[in-house]
Design a protein around this ligand. Structure first.
Ligand SMILES: NC(=O)C1=CN([C@@H]2O[C@H](COP(=O)(O)OP(=O)(O)OC[C@H]3O[C@@H](n4cnc5c(N)ncnc54)[C@H](OP(=O)(O)O)[C@@H]3O)[C@@H](O)[C@H]2O)C=CC1
Ligand SMILES: O=C(CO)COP(=O)(O)O
Length: 466
């Protein structure tokens, strides 16, 4: 029996042959592992190279056996000072006991006493990847996983994951958000092939990282709504299976808010499950659209500005949670408008020469940023050649008027900002920009420019038409 047949046999209890059977499994992790199937929702072929997830106390002990089974005998275990303490050293011992050749690489902090997923960290890791290295193991949180994800992908090594905190949905994901030249961009890379979520290790994670994981999940309310807007107004492809999987992950976390807030084992398990479901949904579609919308663009903008100013980084999920409250407020404002008012402001917008050719805005952005980041933002603002932009803007104005009832339904489905604030507070995360440590001026600036962090339709882009 070859490897694929073996996996098919292992998974035969999970029927993924129809849309109905696929949608029925959207709340579970197991059915998707190692599977390739035609999606009953979007018609695309989805492939999930992630083939194993162990989520239990002592899960780390399963890693050496997995490596042996896969014939991976030479491993590079990558951590930083903190996660080497939390898990790296123990894993090294476990690998030694299993007669594997494992080396530990502890990535050094930068001048701010932290590790960023940037060019420097990637090169530092590559220096440790020797010709005999067969697998690179990320032992850490989101940043460390992205550094390893990129290096493993580019060097063709197997990528294994040991999350040390349930802080982001990036563990199972496929893209590596890296800071290159001061600009945060997501580079397509690969998912790990196995994840060992050890509940004993996760329990060592600082509480703000648990609250941050919850904040990253709350952001899915607005990222999913943004994706719906893209479908409605720009015919953007949307995979209902991926969207539903993300929603199921989100709802799982909401149902267990109290446990997550209390940091119980059940809470950590459910949070990581939710984060993994969200990661797998990105894996299905090959990009982060289900999981990342305007709230992430705001968060990335703050992150880049902090970096530029040499300030210590804030936790990703903490920023996303606060930004989601901001986006929910824009959704609420949009929901309150009637079709007539929208028609009038869209016509006004079309007639605005500055908007039709936003060169002034572009120059403004480029001036306010360092060379590379400024240029990247400006390119996203320019978006399309001017003639095509005019055609698309007319179409958008027409659709905003004729499809307003449907747009409004999407806006109304986003919970009120007060509700998101309440959930964040319950989980122990920051709720306001003041609690987070982002100045009101930066928030105001980001609400104008963060929409150019990516080529993605979001509530921020809709809002400028209202
Ligand atoms: N690929 C994707 O799709 C996604 C990627 N991300 C990215 O993830 C990054 C943020 O990751 P996040 O997890 O929030 O933060 P970091 O990975 O930066 O971790 C913050 C700090 O916590 C430390 N830490 C982790 N676990 C423990 C522990 N058990 N005990 C003590 N300290 C610990 C980390 O160490 P260490 O540095 O060793 O980890 C680090 O010093 C961002 O760059 C974001 O863009 C976010 C979502 C999705
Ligand atoms: O953080 C993410 C999902 O939570 C992914 O972010 P990007 O959209 O920048 O890749």
């Amino acid at each position: 029996m070859n490897e694929q047949q073996h996996r098919d046999q292992e998974h035969e209890e999970f029927d993924l042959s129809s849309r109905e059977s696929q949608m029925k499994q959207a709340h579970r992790i197991e059915p998707w592992l190692g599977r390739t199937f035609t999606c009953g929702s979007c018609g695309q072929e989805h492939s999930v190279p992630l083939r194993k997830v162990v989520l239990e106390r002592g899960a780390m002990a399963a890693l050496p056996f997995y490596a042996q089974e896969r014939g991976l005998s030479s491993l590079l275990l990558v951590s930083d000072g903190r996660t080497a303490e939390a898990a790296g050293r123990k894993l090294l011992e476990l690998c030694g006991e299993a007669q594997l050749q494992a080396r530990q690489c502890v990535l050094p902090d930068d001048e701010h006493g932290e590790l960023a997923a940037d060019e420097r960290a990637v090169v530092q890791l590559l220096l440790h990847v020797t010709p005999d290295t067969q697998a690179i193991v990320a032992v850490g949180a989101g940043t460390l996983h992205d550094i390893v994800r990129f290096a493993a992908h580019r060097t063709g090594r197997a990528f294994l994951s040991v999350p040390t905190a349930p802080s982001v949905d990036g563990f199972a994901s496929v893209g590596a958000p890296l800071i290159i030249g001061g600009f945060k961009q997501t580079i397509p890379a690969c998912s790990p092939e196995a994840i060992f979520g050890d509940l004993e290790v996760l329990a060592t994670a600082p509480r703000p990282m648990v609250a941050a994981g919850f904040g990253d999940m709350l952001g899915k309310y607005t990222s999913l709504a943004d994706w719906e807007l893209g479908r409605l107004l720009l015919d953007e492809p949307l995979c209902d299976l991926a969207a539903d999987m993300t929603r199921q992950g989100l709802e799982l976390c909401i149902r267990h808010t109290a446990d997550i807030a209390a940091g119980t084992e059940e809470g950590l398990r459910k949070l990581l499950e939710g984060l993994l479901l969200s990661g797998i949904s990105m894996l299905l579609v090959g990009h982060s659209r289900p999981a990342s919308g305007g709230e992430h663009h705001l968060s990335h903008y703050w992150e880049m500005k902090f970096l530029q100013a040499g300030r210590r980084a804030l936790l990703h999920g903490a920023k996303v949670g606060v930004a989601a409250v901001k986006m929910a407020a824009l959704y609420r404002e949009a929901a309150s408008l009637d079709a007539e008012a929208v028609r009038a402001s869209a016509s006004q917008r079309l007639a605005d020469p500055d908007y039709a050719a936003p060169d002034a805005a572009r120059a403004d952005i480029a001036a306010g940023y360092g060379a590379i980041a400024g240029q990247a933002l400006a390119e996203n603002a320019a978006e399309l050649d001017p003639a095509r932009r005019v055609v698309l803007q007319r179409q958008l104005a027409e659709r905003l008027s004729s499809r307003w009832a449907a747009v409004q339904a999407v806006c109304r489905a986003v919970p009120a900002p007060e509700r998101l604030a309440e959930l964040l507070a319950a989980a122990g995360g920051p709720v306001t920009e003041a609690q987070l440590g982002v100045e009101p001026e930066l928030v105001e600036e980001s609400l104008r420019y963060a929409k150019y962090v990516r080529h993605r339709y979001t509530i921020m882009r809709l809002h400028e038409w209202l």
